[in-house]
Design a protein around this ligand. Structure first.
Ligand SMILES: Nc1ncnc2c1ncn2[C@@H]1O[C@H](COP(=O)(O)OP(=O)(O)OP(=O)(O)O)[C@@H](O)[C@H]1O
Length: 545
């Protein structure tokens, strides 16, 4: 609702929106007004109803009741095509570009300029360059979309919306896939875009972004608006209270492992040991070079690095997932024995790609929660898995890990992103394996769940599990890890104790600027090291994954 006697109608307004999915009220009478030329943050815990509301604004879903106004006039949004026709644009978290088409072809597809009945790609290219200049969004119209780094692909998505004359641009967690450097550039672009009167709706879990980039914020909780704020007049704590109903506790270092009052399990043998590991890609280029380290029971070892520094290959090899045939030397040992190929049962694994690698979308939450446990005697009945035992186990996990779902029988795809992530963690952490490998555990999860997930990893450590934690959030690594290994160009180039790992030291190591004594610094300046240096020390994620 416009405040302060603003007589101008909002660019877009959602009025009394209610949307149910069976018994779940995803949106419960929501009012939201987006002013012309503002960046409006929409935040809230997982499952609060943000995506549902945005999908209604973009014509992907129809509300059960309520309506949408554009510039004060009621509009019908029965499809994205209608929403686009009304000047609404959306940049999804998963980009929808055709990798084999050029930037220009991707941008104009479905809205091609024609000349005498023929698609006029030259005119499209000129228009794209003009938009690029106006909005500071330059992209070569002739380059293939599939070859572009993630940040540039996102720019193409934004250009695509602006080409269709979007006046309200919806961005769903746009920085989840970006490096900090790319994220900063994105916010510069958004500021430029709003100067022309375009409005931006920014859905995000990152409070720092909300506080630095938005003009106003709306907080949702359990389908309702629980707070409306002018950003300059609010604080992170105020937003958190509106989001989860309480403040966050102070950051805590993990408790010492059982029986280790000083918290240093140094005397124990390694639960996981990587010994002189070298992995070559199909062309014989080393992706990992002579990587050695160990993780003891009761220890969290963090992996940092600009993406593409070998983390993917390292974790795929450690978990036994790397396809056979990739030439390797050295090995991975679990309590002294070689890791098995396929899926190593002694390792719990929480992958970054939870949709592709960790869940089966069409199966129920309960089935997903017991996946891989089908041989567990407690879950078996006379003829295979016992449905009652599976449900019971699922209910226990749902309660213990505070997963919010209407029913354990619902498909896991009906859960919000953060709740799906908690389900994967619940399954993997409850296995009680000696080793846990975790990638990006809090990507896309709300601040309350982030705190909870950090607590769960600390508990695993205290219970004597060995945890290998890969994260692009340096603050997460610093909060949790006993030691942080920094990877660069397939090598471990630095090892820092958790309490001495400042962002500056980590950042410097991530660009190859330092090396631990005894390990060779990266030799020649290569293209990727130059890029990493150019991106600067804060660039944790990189673009090549
Ligand atoms: N297709 C669906 N079928 C059943 N329930 C659904 C469906 N889509 C969403 N929900 C439910 O509606 C509620 C709101 O979900 P929504 O995805 O809008 O939340 P969100 O705020 O975007 O969450 P997140 O931050 O985790 O992405 C959740 O309880 C979710 O489980």
């Amino acid at each position: 609702m416009p405040t302060g006697g603003d007589s101008e109608a909002p660019a877009a307004e959602l009025v009394g929106i209610t949307k149910r999915f069976g018994p779940v009220v995803a949106n419960d009478g929501i009012d939201l007004a987006i002013r012309r030329g503002e960046i409006h943050g929409v935040v809230g815990e997982n499952g609060a109803g943000k995506s549902t509301l945005m999908s209604i604004l973009y014509g992907l879903r129809r509300p059960d009741s309520g309506h949408v106004l554009r510039n004060g006039t009621r509009v019908r949004l029965r499809s994205p095509a209608e929403a686009i026709g009304h000047g609404l644009g959306m940049v999804h978290q998963r980009f929808r570009l055709f990798p084999d088409l050029t930037v220009a072809e991707n941008i104009v597809i479905g809205a091609e300029p024609t000349r005498r009945g023929v698609v006029d790609l030259a005119a499209a290219g000129r228009e794209i360059e003009r938009l690029g200049e106006v909005f500071g969004l330059y992209v070569d119209p002739a380059s293939r979309a599939g070859r572009l780094p993630v940040g540039v692909r996102q720019r193409v998505e934004i250009l695509k919306a602006l080409y269709r004359e979007a006046e309200v641009l919806i961005l769903d967690e746009p920085t989840a896939v970006l490096t900090p450097g790319e994220a900063a550039r994105l916010f510069d672009v958004l500021k430029t875009v709003t100067r022309t009167g375009t409005s931006v709706v920014l859905v995000t879990h990152k409070l720092s972004e909300v506080l630095t980039a938005t003009d106003r914020v709306t907080v949702l909780r359990r389908g309702r608006v629980t707070g409306r704020f002018v950003t300059a007049e609010t604080t992170a704590d105020e937003l958190v209270i509106a989001m989860i109903g309480r403040s966050l506790g102070p950051p805590r270092r993990p408790a010492a492992p059982d029986g280790e009052p000083d918290g240093t399990p140094a005397g124990r043998p390694y639960a996981l040991e990587v010994d002189g590991l070298t992995v070559l890609d199909r062309d014989g280029v080393p992706r990992l070079s002579d990587v050695s380290f160990g993780v003891r029971p009761g220890e969290i070892v963090g992996i940092a690095g600009v993406a593409g520094s070998g983390q993917r290959e390292l974790i795929d090899t450690v978990t036994g997932l790397r396809p056979p045939g990739s030439a390797t030397s050295g090995g991975v040992l679990l309590s002294g024995r070689p890791v098995r190929r396929g899926r190593e049962p002694a390792i719990a694994y929480v992958p970054e790609d939870r949709h592709g690698r960790a869940t089966a979308a069409t199966m129920s939450l309960a089935e997903n929660l017991v996946m891989g446990d089908h041989r567990t005697p407690a879950l078996r009945g006379r003829a295979g898995l016992s449905a009652a035992a599976v449900r019971e186990r699922a209910r226990t996990l749902v309660e213990r890990f505070a997963i919010r779902a209407a029913s354990v029988g619902d498909p896991i795809s009906a859960l919000s992103g953060g709740n799906a992530q908690k389900a994967v963690l619940a399954r993997e952490l409850s296995r009680g394996t000696p080793v846990i490998v975790v990638e990006e555990p809090t990507q896309g999860v709300d601040v309350g769940a982030q705190e909870q997930i950090h607590g769960l990893l600390s508990e695993a450590r205290a219970a004597g599990q060995a945890v290998l934690l890969q994260s692009s959030e340096l603050s997460e690594l610093r909060a949790l890890a006993d030691r942080i290994l920094v990877m660069f160009e397939g090598r471990v180039v630095a090892e820092l104790a958790g309490d001495e790992a400042t962002e500056e030291r980590l950042g410097a190591a991530m660009t190859g600027a330092t090396a631990t004594p005894g390990q060779a610094a990266p030799a020649a300046e290569t293209e990727s090291s130059a890029t990493a240096r150019e991106q600067g020390p804060a660039d944790a994620k990189g673009t090549t994954r």
